[in-house]
Ligand binder design. Sequence first.
Ligand code: KG4
Ligand code: ZN
Length: 339
Amino acid sequence: MTRTYFLALETSCDETAAAVFTDELDVLANVVASQTELHARFGGVVPEVAARAHLQQLLPVIDEALRTAGVRLDQIGGIAVHNTPGLVGALLVGVSAAKMLALALEVPLLAVNHIEAHIYACRLAAGRDIFPCVGLVVSGGHTTLFHCRSALQFERLGATRDDAAGEAFDKVASLLGLGFPGGPAVEREAAGGNPGAHRFPRALLHDERLDFSFSGLKTAVLYALAGANVAKASPPPPGQQRADLAASFQQAVVDVLVAKSRQALRRTGLKHLAVGGGVVANGCLRAALESMTKTEGAELFIPPLKLCTDNAAMAAVAVEKWRRQEWASLDLDAIATVG
Ligand code: KG4
Ligand code: ZN
């Protein structure tokens, strides 16, 4: 049987990525060029810098993906691209390249929602069907719970009303003088701290809705750090105080994410929880989700790290669209926000 090869592109934020996979969901290449170092000195992702870096990196990244996969461009049977959500200037680089390739190769163009693709990463890693499931996406830009009826049918159960969980990690890291990206730095710092040292707020924990809010938590860390003198707040020196703040903050985020995921499982009656996004790299969160799903008699799907953080292989959900001939037209737009 002949296989169909797909080339997928991801440029929604600060990773330039290309992947090659087949209609059987075999991932032959998954190349990611990170821009983290470029943005670190600004303490966050600068949209114009990201878009320019995508322009410089995308073609070499595509070349590397094809070379790694051992597939020529003229063997590609479909082009997939994340066209929403993300930074619009960054998304446009991938979307324009994908359209150009689809036009030149005369193959279908497949538009993929980046958030839904984070959940599909669990399907890819599991190697078997995981739907229907509760999906939790926790990244720098999103904290959203879904009822995923199938790979292409997502119903939003709740989302953050302000900061995303990863954004809260990044902002607290900055308050504590831990640098960017904040998540891994806070986790390292928290390892030496006492998670019970500060009783930080767990917003909306007892609210029936499945929404999140993390901005008050960030402010609580600021007050714990500076007291009433917030205008003059400065990062604490390395030591127990800093470690305790990091550990207590991390525990508050984890408690809320786990409690809301449990609520979503109970409400939907589903027994599968699929989790994606960069924050899932957090060991404390992974362990707490594992223990919660075990108690609930549910199965937890967490992809390996390379598939958790932004990548193009997760765009393999495009294969499902391709089978249904749900092809995008060449006037496909890059859309910054989720509708
Ligand atoms: O999914 P992702 O790679 O990019 C998008 O935002 O789409 O997620 C990046 C986010 C950043 O906010 C980063 O601080 C957070 O994931 N992150 C972590 C950890 N590693 C990355 N947060 C907590 N603990 C970690 N170990
Ligand atoms: Zn992402």
